[in-house]
Design a binder for this molecule. Structure first.
Ligand code: ZN
Length: 409
């Protein structure tokens, strides 16, 4: 195996590991250096740094301090990388930590993070997923089993100071348009829980004060949560600083398009085996502003779907103009309602949409006033026939198992 350049001990706090950081800032020191052509391995924490436990209580999902996330491994410096280059990253393999063969999915409380369907699921809930080689099952969501499409939710290079200032300004200005909203419109820098990697003294203070939070995807990639950016993909990242500074974390065993449950996919601690190369001056040569990637040749072959439509009329009957967000929400709510007819609770159905290899598609964005979005549910993940027929749905789901719920305190 190639050398492991970042090691993670799940019993140690991520704050005590200098090769981990949780803010984007050009002054986060490189955790290690590699040359173009090198292969190496980085181990990672789960995105919360081990806060969420393998148990039957959602109190940890309810109480998690979201200013601490995401704990990233890196940055990896690449010798010879300069602003304007493209960093080519081969995700040669991604896996779970052998001493942690499980993951979690949760819904945040509306008062602490929320999620895509937070108005319908305002309280914290959690499901635990066990890994069996390629496959996963959950004691909280029975009668489904699927192969993982394992991927990093978050990967990207360090911004330069100018880009960082642009991010902070536009997000702070945006928050100011509705500063009391819950959940908030965006997350500004927050010094108290910042982890600046190996930075010390003035640099550490600067990273903490100015470092961009890791929640949104931005021009550099970052927290894109693209399920198809999986092991076997090749990604082309814009480079903004000397050495590029590649960081990765937030590994997912599996995820549905949209990561609609927000906490999140099937979240896990793991490792990434990768190789890096450079295309000098590649950003201008190819006109690249945001990353591009080639998907893996290896993906689970689910090829039979039930496809749920949604339009941009919301669940309260309100018309919206070509709003894909509203349309996808309706498609998801329609799928949840359908799955309850087989015996799933709404929370179990929501967890399936967040974790299974569900596809989301933008189907129409021109037919005024309604956008149309579709949610593709793979039928082969269920151990019963989930398709409609003349006899009506059979209550096939094992009763008596639930997704634990934690009321707000
Ligand atoms: Zn995640």
């Amino acid at each position: 195996m190639p050398e492991t350049l970042v090691k993670v001990d799940l019993k140690q706090s991520p704050y005590d590991n200098e090769k981990i950081h949780n803010r984007w800032h050009p002054d986060v020191p490189m955790a290690c250096w590699v040359k173009p052509g090198d292969e190496f391995v980085l181990e990672t924490y789960d995105w919360t740094g081990g806060y969420i436990q393998n148990n039957n209580s959602a109190d940890d999902v309810r109480d998690v301090d979201l200013t601490t996330v995401h704990f990233l491994s890196g940055p990896v410096g690449v010798k010879g990388a300069e602003p304007g280059d493209l960093l080519v990253v081969d995700l040669l393999d991604v896996g779970a930590k052998p001493d942690s063969l499980w993951g979690f999915n949760g819904f945040f409380s509306k008062k602490n993070g929320g999620g895509f369907l937070t108005d319908h699921f305002p309280l914290a809930q959690k499901s635990i997923w066990d890994f069996h080689g390629l496959y996963t099952t959950s004691r909280h969501v029975p009668n489904v089993r699927f192969a993982g499409l394992i991927h990093p939710g978050l990967i990207g290079c360090l911004p330069d100071q100018k880009m960082l200032e642009m991010w902070n300004k536009r997000e702070v200005d945006f928050i100011a348009t509705n500063p009391t909203r819950s959940p908030p419109l965006a997350n500004p820098p927050f010094a108290k829980t910042a982890h600046a990697g190996a930075a010390t003294g003035e640099a550490k203070t600067k990273v903490a004060a100015e470092g961009a939070r890791t929640v949104p995807p931005r021009e550099h990639g970052g927290n894109c949560d693209i399920k198809d950016l999986s092991r076997g993909s090749k990604i082309y990242f814009p480079v903004y600083v000397d050495g590029a500074g590649l960081s990765v974390g937030d590994l997912h065993f599996s995820q549905g398009d949209g990561e609609i449950t927000f906490c999140g996919a099937i979240e896990m601690a793991g490792w990434v085996h990768m190789k890096v190369e450079l295309i000098k001056g590649g950003m201008a040569k190819y006109g690249i502003r945001n990353p591009i990637f080639k998907p893996s040749p290896i993906t689970p072959t689910y090829n039979d779907w039930l496809i749920f439509e949604g339009i941009s009329v919301d669940e309260y009957g309100q018309q919206h103009y070509l709003d894909v967000h509203v349309a996808y929400r309706q498609a998801c709510l329609n799928a949840i309602e359908y799955l309850t007819k087989f015996g799933y609770s709404k929370a179990q159905a929501y967890a399936i949409l967040g974790t299974a290899p569900v596809q989301g598609h933008i189907s129409g964005v021109v037919d005024i006033p309604n956008a149309c979005a579709t949610l593709w549910l793979p039928t082969q993940i269920f151990d019963f026939d989930v398709r409609p027929n003349a006899n009506g749905p059979v209550k096939a789901v094992t009763p008596g198992i639930e997704v634990p719920l934690s009321p707000d305190v």
